[in-house]
Design a protein around this ligand. Structure first.
Ligand SMILES: [Zn+2]
Length: 256
C-alpha cells in the first residue's frame, strides 16, 4: 500500500512538473547549415562543350545564392560553405567540416550530365540506408578486431545506437529531399521531376547529421543546359533548395 501511494505521488508530481514546464527550445544554439558546392579546382564536374560552362562554377553560384536566402529567411542560422572559391576540396574534408561544425543539415549541390546527353530534370539523393548500415557494422567489427576483442554486448549496443541514429538521419534527409523536389515542381511544372532517390554517394557517407545531394538539372541537355546557366534560373533553383532547408527548420528547430 505504501509503495502504491508513493508511486501515485510520483506520478502526480510528474504530471504537475510537465504542466508547469515552459516550452523548451529544440536547439540551445544556432541552427547550423552546411552547403557543399560540388567539385572545384581541377575537379571541374560535368560540362557542356557548347556552353563552355563547368559544373563547379554553377554549384558555387547556387550555393552562394542559397546562403544569402537562408540568412534572410532563417533566424539564428550559421551557414558554412565547404568551399567559397574555385578550389579543390577532398570529400573527406567536406564531411569533416560538417561534423566539426556540428551541423544540423548538410546539402550538397550538383549539376548533372548523361552519357547520351538526352536526360533532363531534377532529382535529390539521400544515402542508401542499407549500404550505410553495412558500413557501420563493418567499421565496428574492424575496430573490435584492432582492439583484439570480439563484438560483445557493449559493442552490440553501441552498434544499435549508431544504426538508430543513421535511420533517424535518413528519415529527416528524405523529408528534406521531398521538400526540395516539391518546391522545384512548383517552380518548374513543365520540367521532369526525377524524384527522391537513394544513392551510395561518398560525400554523404560518414556525416553525423541528415544530408542530401541535389542534382538540379542536366547541363549537357540541348534544351535544359542553356536555360540552366541563366542567372535567373540559378536563383530560382536556390530558392527551392532554401525551401527544403526551411521545411527542415520548421519541423525540427522552430517552435512558434
Ligand atoms: Zn557533380
Amino acid at each position: 500500500m505504501r509503495r502504491r501511494s508513493l508511486l501515485l505521488t510520483g506520478i502526480a508530481w510528474g504530471i504537475a512538473r510537465t504542466a508547469l514546464a515552459a516550452p523548451v527550445p529544440v536547439l540551445h544554439r544556432d541552427f547550423v547549415l552546411v552547403i557543399d558546392p560540388g567539385h572545384g579546382g581541377s575537379n571541374h564536374g560535368c560540362s557542356s562543350g557548347l556552353l563552355q560552362v563547368e559544373e563547379k562554377h554553377l554549384t558555387l553560384r547556387i550555393a552562394q545564392a542559397v546562403e544569402a536566402l537562408v540568412h534572410a529567411k532563417v533566424p539564428g542560422v550559421r551557414v558554412v560553405l565547404t568551399r567559397t572559391r574555385d578550389e579543390g576540396v577532398p570529400l573527406s574534408e567536406r564531411i569533416a567540416a560538417a561534423n566539426e561544425a556540428q551541423a544540423d543539415l548538410f546539402v550538397s549541390v550538383h549539376v548533372n550530365a548523361s552519357p547520351k546527353s538526352d536526360q533532363s530534370g531534377y532529382e535529390t539523393f539521400v544515402l542508401d540506408l542499407e549500404s550505410s548500415k553495412r558500413e557501420v557494422a563493418r567499421t565496428a567489427r574492424r575496430d573490435h578486431a584492432r582492439g583484439g576483442s570480439a563484438l560483445n554486448a557493449e559493442g552490440d549496443a553501441a552498434l544499435m545506437i549508431r544504426e538508430l541514429a543513421l535511420r533517424a538521419n535518413f528519415n529527416k534527409a528524405t523529408r528534406v529531399a521531398h521538400a526540395i523536389q516539391q518546391s522545384m515542381k512548383r517552380q518548374f511544372p513543365s520540367r521532369q521531376d526525377r524524384g527522391v532517390r537513394q544513392g551510395a554517394f561518398d560525400v554523404l557517407r560518414g556525416l553525423e547529421m541528415p544530408g542530401v545531394l541535389t542534382e538540379v538539372g542536366f547541363l549537357d541537355h540541348a534544351g535544359e543546359g542553356p536555360w540552366l546557366v541563366q542567372p535567373e534560373t540559378l536563383q530560382v533553383i536556390a530558392e527551392s533548395i532554401c525551401d527544403g532547408v526551411l521545411a527542415f527548420y520548421k519541423e525540427h528547430v522552430h517552435l512558434g
